[in-house]
Design a protein around this ligand. Structure first.
Ligand SMILES: [Zn+2]
Length: 92
């Protein structure tokens, strides 16, 4: 009887540890909000390269972790950089 009760408890712990719904979520913090000295510049392709993938596409907010306001700034900066040929529109 006592054993049965213990097994039930262990199973419950197992579910909480491995059920993806209970997985710990790492809170992403916006790079531009957290770093006050970080000034986004469309004339600096090295800086903008962090926000595009290897195909030259702009990374989504879920990947960059940027807030809505700064993601807009990043997008604008990348598009400006592309226009003056500092960044590619597409690769391969
Ligand atoms: Zn931000």
């Amino acid at each position: 009887m006592a054993d049965k009760k213990q097994n039930k408890k262990q199973n419950k712990n197992y579910d909480e540890d491995y059920n993806p719904r209970f997985r710990k979520q790492r809170k992403k913090v916006c790079v531009l909000c957290s770093d006050k000295n970080f000034v986004l510049d469309y004339k600096n392709p090295e800086q903008l390269r962090k926000f595009i993938n290897d195909k030259g596409k702009i990374l989504p907010r879920r990947t960059t972790g940027a807030c809505a306001k700064h993601q807009r700034d990043i997008t604008t900066a990348i598009k400006r950089a592309r226009h003056i040929a500092l960044l590619p529109y597409a690769q391969n």
